[in-house]
Every structure is written in structure tokens, then in C-alpha cells.
Write a protein that binds this ligand. Structure first.
Ligand SMILES: Cc1cc2nc3c(=O)[nH]c(=O)nc-3n(C[C@H](O)[C@H](O)[C@H](O)COP(=O)(O)OP(=O)(O)OC[C@H]3O[C@@H](n4cnc5c(N)ncnc54)[C@H](O)[C@@H]3O)c2cc1C
Length: 378
């Protein structure tokens, strides 16, 4: 890149790379910081699969970074089970859409983005941060730059870890994403992969943090039995086909998302993705929120007056205003759901299951909630 970069993006996860591509498309010169790989960690493959909504799909498709059909399976239906027979069913057909979400293989998506970045001349991949009018921090929840900027990140830890793995089922999942809540606030999700008639599922099991080490240490056979039973044999017997990984769970939000670079006149910073917020994965929304951040920031930069710098504080405040409310709403919704199933006082278990059955019959509210989760402002 002959001219100096206008934006330096720290962190080349899915949010950082997406933002780099969106800005480059608008002819903004970007430096993307990818620190050298830690020896021994180069080949660690993420075993997770993400539920991505329509807004995320549209955004990634516009960047030619959407994985092929083998790595992105449409969710035709979602079945959510309570602990005492409550059940809510969401259907793409009833919503009059092709899919409620897509379950996307994480390494495939990361590869698509890495390839797209390689062919974009406006993006220079650098190994250390460079000075630029705007620095965007996309370093994930443990961001050190955010800390160095003195931004407070209010973290509420859940006493849970999410165990993720890939499994093969005896029966086809038929494009249905299934979730079971139990009375300890634990959530088991089996997400369809490998096409509508596939038998591969991505497991996300949010369990008590004290139980997690025991489940990770179990033999494969014992783990298979535990999941088959926890899923009430809905897909027949399940068998592990990958390693198991675990993630501690928390809800967090930064108190400031944008600001001036300390001691550097006319230079600003902004946070995006998990560096700005994290939510419980039970609703599969964390990355969808991060991609919406990238889209909103790219949009304010694209629409700026020609004489304004990309780091103009006014633009950045517009970005923060546009995103904070959305993130808070989703964070409270997922937290509320988690809390609802974590308490068993008096009539609460019966009430929440009764509530689920009642909710299942309310077409309009269901339609609205589904549209929100899909990233469609219905
Ligand atoms: C079990 C589980 C399941 C989930 N399922 C879903 C789902 O179904 N749908 C969904 O939308 N979301 C889901 N999420 C949330 C999703 O994982 C995150 O929201 C998403 O990964 C955030 O992306 P990011 O790019 O902001 O951060 P990250 O993915 O954390 O990427 C940050 C990047 O920055 C790099 N980095 C860190 N520090 C520095 C530094 N100092 N300098 C340079 N680079 C640095 C890191 O190496 C990394 O590459 C799930 C999360 C968990 C834990």
C-alpha cells in the first residue's frame, strides 16, 4: 500500500476481517493486524459451528465470504424444550422464509474470509499495530488494547461452561435445531450440519462449571450416552466425531465503545464484536451482533461528508448509538432466559413451562421475536 492506512484493525477474527473487507470495498485503506502465530497453536481447529441469521448471511454473501452449502446448513425449524414438558416450535415455513438461520462451520467461514482478504489490495496485513486516524479494536473478549485504553468491561460471569463438539446421529436431523433447558439453567443444543438430510450435529452444551471438567474427562462412550439421554433420544444414539472443547460463559459490555487515542491528536479508537460485548451463547447471537457492529461502522464511514476523517468523533458516536441499544436488548433477553431456568422456587418450573406452551400459541409475538433473532427489523 503506497499511502498510509486510514484504519488500523487490531484482531483478525471474523468481525475484524469482515470489517476490513467492508471498508476496503469503500476504498478505505486498511491495515489488519495479525500477530505471528504462537508456536504449537497454528493447527488448532475451532470445533464450533455458529448459528448465523439472515442479516449476517446477506452481509457475508455481499463480500463473497459465505461458505458453500456443505458448510452452511439451513435451519428449517427450531424446537425448544422446557424442563417440564413446555415446548416452543419456530418454523421457517410459517415465517414465510427459506431458513430461520444457518449453521455455519467456523473454520470454513474463517477460510473464506482469509481468502477474500488476501485478494483485496486495499488491505495490508501487518504483524503489529500501525498509527492511523482510526483504530478499531476487534480483539475479542480478552482484548488487551481495550484494557490499555482504560475502558471498563463489566463482566457478569455465569456459573457455567459451554462444551462444544461435533457428533454423528443415528437419524437425520431434518434441518431442525433442537434445544433442551433443564431446571439447573443448563442448555443443550444440537444444531444441524451437512445439509437438510445430514446426520452431523454441532453440540453446544452449557453446563454447571463444576460439572464441565467431569464431562470433558469422560470416555467417549460415556459422553455419547450422556448426550443421547439429555437429548431424550430425539435423534437416536449420538456419537462423538471430534475433540471436546469448553468455554467459560459471561455477559459483558464495555462502558465506552469509542474515544480519542490518548496523547495522539486527531486519532480515535472504536470497539467492535466481542471486544465491545459478549452474550450467553444460548440464543446463538454473539457473532451476529459483532457482524452488525462491523456493518454499522462501515456504513457511517461510507456515508461521511467527504471532508470528514474516518476517525471523526461525531461519526463514531453515531456508530455507538446505533449499536448499543441493540446489544443491550439482546443481552438482557438471553440473560432473562438463562435466569428463568436457573431458579426453582415455588411454582416457577410449572409457570415457565406453562408460559412456553402459551407463547407457542401466540403467532404474532412469535413472528416478531423470530424476525428480531433473524436480524430483520420486523
Ligand atoms: C460455545 C460458543 C458458541 C457460540 N455460538 C454462537 C452462535 O451460534 N452464533 C453466534 O452468532 N455467536 C456464537 N458465539 C459467539 C461468537 O463466538 C463470538 O461472538 C465471536 O467469535 C466474536 O468474534 P470476534 O471477531 O469479535 O472475536 P474473536 O473471535 O475472539 O476474535 C478475536 C481475534 O483477535 C485476535 N487478537 C486478540 N488479541 C489481539 C491483539 N492484542 N492483537 C491482535 N490480535 C489479537 C485473536 O487472536 C482473534 O483472532 C458462541 C460463543 C461460544 C463461546
Amino acid at each position: 500500500m503506497a499511502l498510509p492506512p486510514e484504519v488500523c484493525i487490531r484482531g483478525a477474527g471474523i468481525v475484524g476481517r469482515t470489517l476490513a473487507l467492508l471498508l476496503a470495498r469503500e476504498r478505505v485503506r486498511v491495515a489488519l493486524v495479525v500477530p505471528p502465530a504462537t508456536p504449537g497453536k497454528e493447527d488448532i481447529r475451532d470445533i464450533r459451528a455458529y448459528a448465523l441469521n439472515t442479516a449476517s448471511r446477506t452481509l457475508l454473501e455481499s463480500l463473497r465470504a459465505w461458505p458453500d452449502a456443505a458448510h452452511a446448513t439451513a435451519v428449517r425449524e427450531m424446537l425448544v424444550h422446557g424442563d417440564e414438558g413446555g415446548r416452543v416450535q419456530f418454523s421457517a415455513a410459517r415465517q414465510k422464509v427459506d431458513a430461520l438461520a444457518w449453521i455455519v462451520d467456523v473454520p470454513a467461514l474463517e477460510q473464506q474470509l482469509a481468502d477474500a482478504v488476501r485478494f483485496q489490495p486495499q488491505i495490508e496485513v501487518v504483524s503489529a499495530p500501525v498509527a492511523a486516524p482510526l483504530t478499531v479494536v476487534c480483539e475479542g473478549k480478552a482484548s488487551t488494547t481495550r484494557e490499555a485504553l482504560g475502558v471498563s468491561y463489566e463482566v457478569t460471569r455465569y456459573p457455567q461452561h459451554a462444551i462444544a463438539a461435533r457428533m454423528e446421529a443415528e437419524q437425520s436431523h431434518d434441518g431442525i435445531a433442537r434445544q433442551w433447558f433443564n431446571d439447573r439453567g443448563e442448555v443443550l443444543a444440537l444444531l444441524p450440519l451437512g445439509g437438510t438430510h445430514g446426520k452431523t450435529v454441532a453440540l453446544v452444551w452449557s453446563v454447571d462449571q463444576l460439572r464441565a471438567p467431569e464431562l470433558l474427562a469422560q470416555s467417549d462412550e460415556a459422553f455419547d450416552t450422556a448426550i443421547t439421554e439429555a437429548s431424550h433420544h430425539a435423534l437416536g444414539a449420538l456419537k462423538l466425531t471430534s475433540e471436546r472443547g469448553a468455554w467459560p460463559l459471561a455477559r459483558a459490555i464495555a462502558d465506552r465503545w469509542t474515544g480519542a487515542m490518548p496523547g495522539q491528536p486527531n486519532r480515535s479508537w472504536a470497539l467492535a464484536g466481542d471486544a465491545a460485548h459478549t452474550v450467553h451463547p444460548l440464543a446463538g447471537q454473539g457473532l451476529n451482533l459483532g457482524l452488525a457492529d462491523a456493518a454499522a461502522l462501515a456504513e457511517v464511514i461510507k456515508n461521511r461528508d467527504y471532508w470528514r476523517s474516518v476517525g471523526d468523533p461525531r461519526l463514531l458516536r453515531r456508530y455507538e448509538r446505533a449499536r448499543r441499544a441493540d446489544v443491550l436488548q439482546m443481552s438482557l433477553a438471553t440473560d432473562g432466559l438463562q435466569q428463568l431456568f436457573s431458579h426453582n422456587l415455588g411454582p416457577l418450573p410449572a409457570l415457565r413451562n406453562w408460559g412456553m406452551r402459551g407463547f407457542d400459541r401466540t403467532r404474532l409475538v412469535k413472528h416478531w421475536i423470530t424476525a428480531q433473532a433473524m436480524g430483520l427489523k420486523a
